[in-house]
Design a protein around this ligand. Structure first.
Ligand SMILES: [Zn+2]
Length: 100
């Protein structure tokens, strides 16, 4: 017996993080639908923040991609790490400059 592959169009609901920039949770999912080099992005309806998501991901993984970029804890941790790294860099340059 052979196998038949059918694409089913159905609506699913997935939890989504609100936009990190403005807090709006009205997010558009846009699939350009090209077979090659497809562009899929998610965009905040309020402020227009746009995140391109990998088109080879499943829809759940794409939403997770958006969620990781808009999760307050994850984003704040990432920013804090950058601040810490910049502080080290800043202190190094500053102390080197003071020795002159
Ligand atoms: Zn927004």
């Amino acid at each position: 017996m052979g196998k038949l592959k059918i694409k089913v169009n159905s609506e699913i609901e997935i939890e989504i993080e609100p936009c990190i920039d403005c807090g709006c949770d009205d997010i558009i999912y846009h699939d350009c639908g090209y077979s090659a080099f497809n562009v899929i992005y998610m965009k905040c309806k309020e402020c227009g923040r746009k995140v391109e998501v990998p088109s080879n991901y499943t829809i759940e993984k794409q939403v997770q991609y958006w969620n990781d970029l808009n999760d307050v804890d994850i984003v704040c941790n990432r920013l804090q790490k950058q601040i810490d790294e910049l502080k080290v860099k800043y202190d190094n340059i500053k102390s080197r400059n003071n020795e002159r």
